[in-house]
Design a protein around this ligand. Structure first.
Ligand code: PMP
Ligand code: GLN
Length: 375
């Protein structure tokens, strides 16, 4: 019997394959199509000749752990113990999987806010726990009263994602005040904060759980070098958690991967001294603005994108099709691939919204927009 009977191929793979089959411009799956920083590729080339090819310590390459700790101190003013509070992982996906497997028990409950990224629920189900899918509001913000009403003595984890994929919305400081108050009433609950787009925010500054002294004591915070350094294929990221939680997470990590790719870890430890992660927001803001300007005269209505490299658009005035059918049609008839939002909702709610990834070079964005403006 299947342990995950409702899990199929992810929408990202489905849409990317469809884009390839139809030779469409792929703005569906989130990945950059421009070159990686030469400083990073030079480091990789250089170190490949050094002895960097064997197992590294289970929790991560010590100099990389130190650099991550320094970066967290610089960006968020939080002092994190490199030896006991950071774990280097094979991307955010593995971090999330290991954290859920380690911390959630059979028959407990995990609250997931919809639309939700697709890698949260399967590890919950594999532990024999129950996922409680709570919709965000129509503008993709949490309604804390509704979330609190869903909390029970069995609730073990609440997962938040900020900046939010697929919507591109970000949480406000006020949300964290409410969240803090709510979690004070449920001391058994761990907060899993997926912040893979932490450095990709625009007008509004990112509010990380790292900034909140109370919340961070009970939180696992997830980061991804894939997003921050345009290297999604490297599959490398890290999580930060208080020592008591990390001890448990490491037990799972030890037998899931043991340790993460050595070359990537050594390269990134060197690269972190040569790059300013805080510049990433303005880099992507230019892309967001270019794409929005190019679509200005289209029939799509663009929703606010406050963070991440995604732009959500409504096609409600263009078509009555379901968002999934609209996306299939968009690839086949117009040569552009996007992601339908309804697939991220447990209840399948279709708001006639689709997601475009603007982590692309200007040429690609221009060509895609030209096609989209003809619709
Ligand atoms: N969380 C979110 C919200 C994501 O968008 C992604 C990937 N795009 C991940 C986690 C997984 O990141 P990684 O590729 O580092 O595993
Ligand atoms: N996170 C990426 C996105 O949202 C996709 C990653 C994947 O394909 N698993 O598009």
């Amino acid at each position: 019997m299947s342990k995950l009977p409702h899990v199929g191929t992810t929408i990202f793979t489905v849409m990317s394959n469809l884009a390839n089959t139809h030779n469409a411009i792929n703005l569906s799956q989130g990945f950059p199509n421009f070159p990686v920083d030469e400083k990073l590729t030079d480091i990789v080339q250089k170190i490949a000749k050094f002895p960097v090819h064997q197992y590294l310590p289970m929790a991560g390459y010590p100099p990389l752990l130190e650099k991550i700790s320094k970066s967290i101190e610089r960006c968020y003013g939080r002092s994190v113990d490199a030896k006991t509070e950071i774990l280097v992982t094979a991307g955010a996906t593995q971090a999330i999987f290991a954290a859920i497997q380690a911390l959630v028990n059979k028959d407990e409950e995990v609250i997931i806010l919809d639309p939700s990224y697709d890698c949260y629920e399967p590890p919950v189900l594999l532990t024999g726990a129950k996922s409680i899918r709570i919709p965000l509001t129509d503008d993709f913000m949490p309604n804390w009263e509704i979330i609190e009403a869903a909390m029970t003595p069995k609730t073990r984890m609440l997962i938040i994602n900020n900046p939010h994929n697929p919507s591109g919305k970000t949480l406000n400081e006020q949300d964290f005040i409410q969240l803090e108050k709510m979690l004070d009433k449920f001391p058994n609950v761990v907060l899993l904060s997926d912040e893979v787009y932490e450095f990709i925010t625009f007008e509004k500054k990112h509010y990380s759980v790292n900034l909140n002294k109370n919340l961070r004591k009970k939180s696992v915070i997830i980061s991804s070098f894939g997003k921050t350094f345009h290297i999604t294929g490297w599959k490398i990221g890290y999580l930060v958690a208080p020592e008591n939680l990390l001890i448990e997470i490491k037990k799972v990590h030890q037998f899931l991967v043991f340790s993460v790719n050595s070359i990537a870890q050594v390269a990134l430890s060197e690269y972190l001294d040569q790059v300013d992660v805080l510049q990433l927001g303005s880099f992507y803001q230019e892309k967001r603005d270019l794409f929005a300007n190019l679509l200005h005269n289209s029939r799509f209505e663009l929703l606010p994108s406050e963070g991440s490299y995604f732009q959500v658009a409504s096609f409600a005035t263009i078509s009555d099709l379901s968002d999934v059918d609209f996306c299939v049609n968009l690839v086949k008839e117009h040569g552009v691939a996007a992601i339908p939002l309804s697939v991220f909702n447990a209840n399948g709610r279709d708001q006639k919204l689709i997601r475009f990834c603007f982590a692309k070079d200007s040429e690609t964005l221009k060509n895609a927009a030209e096609r989209l403006c003809k619709i």
